[in-house]
Design a protein around this ligand. Structure first.
Ligand code: ATP
Length: 443
């Protein structure tokens, strides 16, 4: 695919126009950094989540799922180190009062917002956790936090999982869910928001096996993005230097993607050692050691974490799929080249014209495909315009019913990426699509 001028403006505008992402509370002027997923966006997000879930659970025999509550006992966040460590140094511009992460701007340069120079406050620590109160009394004892990461729900349940399922070290627990961080610098659309979703997997290994396992997961996670059809030239690793490592990490790599606004983190792969389980053992005074039934050894497992942003993945997939293709002189089509497994709609079905029974025939075919595919029926406008509408939301396959259908029971199957059209028997079209999805490789 030729390199195109893909700007955030284009991605944001298409997202709004075609029902992927809306500004939260838009009729009230919007809530900064909060976004809602529209009819196409929720399908895309759910499918990316399913793609990840299948990859991490179904395709492994030793990884199980979990769905823990967002609110947890406040001691969890003391044990995890978030109460103490989870903050960014912030500075305020004394002139315009805008707040910035001290490590994101050059403090000697003019304010990125108002342009005034030398007007920043001293950096101050800022805890990123949202705090609220549970129950009727607002006191120190009623404080609860909205979880800033999903991981802790897995750690505190790890013994429950060991006792109730048949997993043995090494094994993993996967979870997808909301996380909340009071981010001060939220920009770039859904890239960094205060409320977001994570897809995390915690892999429990014998101490000493952590480094090798870490390397394996690092490679597996990169391979996942390639399978999702992401442009490999826009993916890279970034290893955290000593100053960048989170308080729990022994080693960490980010998988980064080249967004229109530069290389940014998509996912973190962390060697968290036994830090979390050790701390939870101390704070809860519960024995969290794992007993190896064969060797009778007892140990606290080390943990390798793969932590990907789901909402951030939605943005990445949108940016990566976005293409403008000159179909003929002066005729440019906008097309989202999604992997067919994550496209919000898999098959569009159209009658060439409404009359002469073609609409009914097309509707029947569409209904027949619903059990297996996300379908969309459209009978309005010129056929070329209907194709273009589907291109814009990334529908990989379109079926057109025409007069020939009535004669020989065949339809036209059009492929989004190549725009190739082939004639297929009605009773074979589902299989042809199934095969095309399985054989999909990015053009
Ligand atoms: P950053 O340095 O960008 O703040 P982080 O290193 O703190 O991110 P992690 O704690 O490793 O991020 O979180 C794992 C993943 O969760 C990130 O790779 C990202 O995809 C996602 N994520 C983290 N914070 C946000 C956010 N505010 N909005 C959207 N996604 C986020």
């Amino acid at each position: 695919m030729a390199e195109k001028d893909i700007t955030m403006d284009k991605v944001v505008s298409l997202s709004k126009r075609r029902g992927f992402v809306f500004q939260s509370s838009e009729i009230y002027g919007g809530l900064s950094s909060a976004w809602d997923y529209g009819p196409m966006g929720v399908e895309l997000k759910n499918r990316i989540q399913r793609f990840w879930w299948k990859e991490m659970t179904q395709l492994h025999d030793n990884i199980v799922g979990l769905d823990a509550a967002i609110m947890m006992h406040p001691r969890v966040w003391e044990a995890s180190g978030h109460v103490e460590n989870f903050h960014d140094p912030m500075v305020d511009c004394k002139n315009c009062k805008n707040r910035f992460r001290a490590d994101h701007i050059d403090l000697d340069a003019p304010c990125p917002n108002c342009g005034k120079k030398g007007e920043f406050t001293e950096p101050r620590e800022f805890n990123l956790m949202f705090k609220t109160h549970m129950g009727p009394v607002h006191s120190e004892d009623s404080i609860v936090y909205l979880r800033p990461e999903t991981a802790q729900g897995i750690y505190v349940n790890y013994k429950n999982v060991v006792q109730t399922s048949r997993v043995k070290v090494p094994f993993g627990i996967a979870q997808v869910g909301k996380a909340f961080r009071n981010e001060i610098v939220t920009k770039n659309f859904i890239f960094r928001t205060c409320e977001f979703e994570q897809m995390e997997m915690q892999y429990f290994v014998k101490p000493g096996d952590d480094e090798e396992t870490f390397n394996i997961w690092k490679e597996k996670r990169m391979a996942y993005y390639k399978r999702l059809g992401i442009d490999t030239a826009k993916l890279r690793f970034h290893q955290h230097g000593p100053g960048e490592l989170a308080h729990y990490a022994k080693d960490a790599y980010d998988i980064e993607y080249l967004f229109p606004f530069g290389w940014k983190e998509l996912e973190g792969i962390h060697n968290r050692t036994d830090f979390d389980l050790r701390r939870h053992s101390e704070f809860s005074r519960k024995d969290l050691a794992y007993l190896d039934e064969e060797t009778k050894e007892r140990f606290l497992p080390s943990i390798i974490e793969t932590s990907a942003g789901l909402t951030r993945s939605v943005l990445m997939v949108l940016c990566d799929a976005y293409d403008e293709e000159e179909v003929s002189e002066g005729d440019v089509r906008t097309v989202l080249r999604f992997h067919p497994e994550v496209a919000p709609i898999t098959v569009g079905v159209f009658p060439l014209v409404k009359k002469d029974g073609l609409a009914e025939l097309a509707k029947d075919i569409e209904t027949g495909l619903r059990e297996d595919y996300a379908t969309f029926y459209d009978q309005s406008g010129a056929i070329g315009r209907r194709y273009r509408r589907q291109d814009e939301i990334g529908t990989p396959f379109c079926i057109t019913v025409d007069y020939q259908t009535k004669e020989d029971n065949t339809v036209t199957l059009r492929f989004r990426d190549s725009m190739e059209q082939v004639r297929v028997k009605v009773d074979e079209v589902s299989l042809v699509i199934r095969k095309a999805i399985k054989d999909y490789t990015r053009v």
